[in-house]
Design a protein around this ligand. Structure first.
Ligand SMILES: [Zn+2]
Length: 79
């Protein structure tokens, strides 16, 4: 039986599940990250491959800077 989402792969568990292994992973990511998964798909993947790489780099850089800032603030408070 085929996966309900991609309709290309066989279901991981034909009796109890609806999705293939990859789509099940997507479902898990949706449960963990929620709205963020949709935003990443729309804002990162809906572009040419070159634009995707650039956007991904920019977004990751922002995220790393935010985490570094949070870490620095945390360290400063402990001093
Ligand atoms: Zn699938």
């Amino acid at each position: 039986m085929y996966c309900y989402l991609c309709r290309n792969e066989y279901r991981e568990k034909p009796i109890t599940g609806y999705f293939c292994i990859q789509c099940k992973r997507l479902q898990d990511l949706l449960n963990i990250y929620g709205e963020r998964v949709y935003n990443v798909c729309e804002e990162v993947l809906v572009r040419t491959e070159k634009q995707q790489d650039k956007k991904l780099h920019t977004e990751l850089k922002k995220e790393i800077e935010k985490k570094e800032y949070a870490l620095r603030s945390k360290i400063d408070k402990t001093k």
